[in-house]
Design a protein around this ligand. Structure first.
Ligand code: SAM
Length: 306
């Protein structure tokens, strides 16, 4: 269990608005789950919804790699007492964490992928090109490699590969060349410096997607081994479901949606599982108007048959 957050007064500003929470609630709470894992508890928005809408005997294990998010989640979930247990862990180790919490099998699993607004909007974490801050991007600050290390120490070909594979950026080679040239004069130390370089290489922002978006996404995915963790999570999570148990995955870009789509489709062809979402569910127009960051969300769900 984590120590209580020291200063709770700023919590409302740090809270992330849970995406598609009605759809997630309807899918995961329909069968009145008793054992729930929120694999990306973040600041606890979905977890609170799940606990409010499941039997009072239910218990939720919330995991997150980000200890700062967990402090906020803990303050938010304190109202549920011992029903909410939080742990600082990578969801790639879901099976180990579930066992440690005494869950052999579970009735509901949620993975709401990507970043919380709370981390994204903190300039000191270095996730966003919208704020100037150190080039960090680690979800777990105890991890050894920062975006700074990747940008300043990775060879040009490898850098281009990362930007292409994880950012789907067609100008990856030009960007890598410009980074290597710039860092030969002085290290690229801040999100602002990298943003300026990207605007120089790709041209200024003229509406639509900002030119820094894909490269920042690529660096973040690489720093946090996001796709490798997701792959391990998707291999393990369905096997933890009890009969009638359900899993939901919320993804925000195609690189994280594709593995979930493929894994659920493959399992849906087996007699033990039913695919609950042939096509991904999308947020309602009302939700995207209220919370523009929800607009790219795709929700997929799978059930273990009774
Ligand atoms: C979109 S946010 C979740 C928000 C949460 N559903 C809520 O309502 O507050 C995604 C969270 O997943 C966490 N995360 C990302 N990859 C992770 C991983 N491999 N293991 C554990 N947590 C991870 C991030 O630190 C972030 O807090």
């Amino acid at each position: 269990m984590l120590a209580a957050a020291e200063n709770l007064s700023d919590i409302p500003n740090r809270i992330h608005q849970p995406v598609m929470s009605v759809e997630v609630r309807d899918l995961l709470c329909e069968r009145r789950p008793l054992r729930i894992i929120d694999a990306t508890v973040g600041t606890g928005g979905h977890a609170a919804v799940l606990l409010q809408n499941s039997p009072s005997a239910s218990c939720l294990l919330g995991l997150d790699r980000d200890p700062h998010a967990l402090e906020t989640a803990q303050a938010r979930l304190i109202q549920f007492g011992a029903r909410a247990r939080l742990n600082n862990a990578d969801f790639a180790d879901l099976d180990v964490e579930a066992r440690k919490a005494g869950f052999d099998q579970v009735d509901a699993i949620l993975a709401d992928l990507g970043m919380s607004t709370f981390a994204l909007d903190d300039p000191n974490r270095g996730f966003s090109f919208r704020y100037d801050g150190p080039l960090d991007m680690r979800m777990d600050p105890s991890e050894p490699v920062r975006a700074y290390d990747l940008v300043n120490e990775t060879g040009e070909r490898e850098l281009a590969h990362i930007i292409y594979e994880y950012g789907e950026e067609r100008a990856s080679r030009r960007i890598a060349r410009a980074i290597v040239s710039a860092r030969s004069r002085a290290p690229i130390a801040t999100t602002g410096e990298l943003r300026t370089l990207l605007e120089r290489v790709l041209g200024p922002h003229r509406g639509g997607v900002h030119p820094a978006t894909r490269t920042f996404q690529a660096l973040r995915i690489s720093v946090n081994h996001e796709l490798q963790s997701l792959q391990r999570f998707l291999e393990k999570a369905p096997g933890l479901l009890a009969k009638g148990g359900r899993i939901c995955v919320l993804a925000y870009h195609s690189l994280e949606d594709r593995p979930a789509k493929e894994r659920f489709r493959e399992l849906g062809r087996e007699p033990d599982f039913t695919l609950l979402t042939r096509k991904a569910m999308r947020p309602s127009p009302a939700e995207t108007a209220d919370n523009p960051r929800s607009r790219s969300a795709r929700l997929r769900s799978l059930e273990r048959n009774l």
